[in-house]
Write a protein that binds this ligand. Structure first.
Ligand SMILES: Cc1ncc(COP(=O)(O)O)c(C=O)c1O
Length: 399
């Protein structure tokens, strides 16, 4: 059997990740490999870390690309802080914040789970109540919960963590470079993300930043970090001044992430946040004009990068997504866990968060819904989205 040359289809990734990749990033990915200790690469490392500080908006010394997907970011943040006997609170309002709880509960620390109903953020008062009488070392929260499309207001959680004298650990996998986030101004102790979401680089890197209070906690540990690979202080032997071998990093992915971050900075973070918001408002206007229902009821709780939509009665989930893929080369995601078969998750991340893609997706959804026997008012989705974009553009010009 002869295996042919690799030829993946060109999909439009309107998913909660990975998102489609800018051609500039593909070009970076194809650049020649150098050694991880090559003097040229050391400069490339400095530049990558500098760009990462700009994207996170921080001056944190420990700011580096972990050689891992977003889940590795969760693991790194949790296992470097918690020691046996510590107590921590993890806020859980979906599949990925529950993963943070799962990672934390594999340490020998005592973990309290504080939950919210799916489609809502955790209430800070529930954290206060759960913490009563405990010495909480860290509070963990997902800025954007990708499984439900919910955003959490981090300032409320900073306040609670301050009251408890705890570190605040933030999963920004689905929000970095799309949702306002300023690590230093908001005094977030550890924040990690994923390369494949709103940064629109290939999957495989988890950018992470660690503030001075968290660094102090890490350097004054009494026990060794349970993971060798994700031990931040030893990984900093390579990503800090020494540039000493720790493990061989994914050179090509670092090139790609560097270029993706250059694009984010060229766009301007605020312009990028505005663009994501305008795209989501138009998408929501279009979805509602087609007669479909949003899963997250409160507009203030909606995460701009992931829009969950209730699957209308009588429409087959798998057939709908299959036809979008086969006929339009558009991938969207279904629900996970208890939301499987109940919602579609429409992604607007980085390179995909563009006006043309929103209009194309709505037009394609109308065609597929009609083919599946649903009743959809002709052209209503695209028309409502177009109006929404025009309003957003007029508001921006008036600024
Ligand atoms: C909020 C959030 N956290 C963590 C992860 C895990 O990231 P990965 O799949 O890259 O390991 C994801 C992935 O979708 C996510 O959306």
């Amino acid at each position: 059997m002869t295996i042919g040359e690799l030829a993946p289809p060109q999909r439009l990734m309107m998913t909660p990740g990975p998102s489609s990749v800018d051609p500039r990033v593909y070009r970076a990915l194809a650049a020649p490999i150098v050694g991880h200790l090559d003097p040229w690469f050391k400069t490339c490392m400095n530049e990558t870390q500098e760009l990462m500080r700009q994207v996170f908006q921080t001056t944190n010394r420990i700011t580096m690309p972990m050689s891992a997907s977003g889940s590795g970011g969760i693991e790194t943040a949790i296992v470097n802080v918690l020691e046996p006997g510590d107590e921590a609170i993890i806020c859980v309002n979906g599949y990925f914040s529950d993963r943070m709880f799962e990672v934390a509960s594999r340490t020998q620390a005592k973990i309290t789970k504080v939950e919210a109903p799916l489609g809502r953020p955790v209430h800070p008062d529930d954290v206060r109540r759960a913490a009563a009488g405990k010495k909480i070392k860290l509070v963990g929260v997902a800025h954007g919960e990708t499984s439900t499309g919910v955003v959490t207001d981090l300032d409320n959680f900073r306040k609670v963590a301050d009251e408890l004298g705890a570190l605040l650990i933030v999963d920004a996998v689905a929000s970095l470079a799309a949702v306002p986030l300023n690590v230093d101004k908001q005094r977030l102790d550890i924040v990690f993300s994923g390369s494949q979401k709103a940064l629109s680089a290939p999957p495989g890197i988890s950018p992470i930043t660690v503030g001075p209070r968290a660094e102090e906690v890490m350097t004054s540990r009494k026990t060794k970090v349970q993971s060798w690979y994700f031990d931040i202080t030893t990984a900093m032997a390579y990503w800090g001044q020494g540039r000493l071998y720790h493990h061989t990093p994914p050179i090509s992915l670092i090139y790609a992430l560097r270029e993706a971050m250059r694009i984010a900075i060229e766009d301007g973070l605020e312009a990028r946040w505005d663009r994501h918001r305008a795209c989501q408002q138009a998408l929501v206007a279009g979805i509602e004009a087609m007669g479909l229902k949003m899963f997250v009821e409160n507009p203030a709780d909606r995460l701009v990068t992931v829009t969950p939509v209730m699957i209308p009665a009588g429409v087959n989930d798998a057939k709908f997504r299959g036809q979008l893929l086969d006929e339009f080369n558009i991938e969207i995601a279904g629900g996970i866990g208890p939301l499987g078969g109940k919602i579609w998750r429409l992604g607007l991340m980085g390179y995909c968060a563009q006006k043309a893609n929103v209009l194309l997706l709505l037009g394609a959804m109308e065609k597929v819904l009609l083919d599946q026997g649903a009743r959809v008012p002709a052209g209503a989705g695209v028309a409502a989205a177009a109006r929404s974009f025009s309003h957003a553009e007029a508001a921006l010009t008036a600024k």
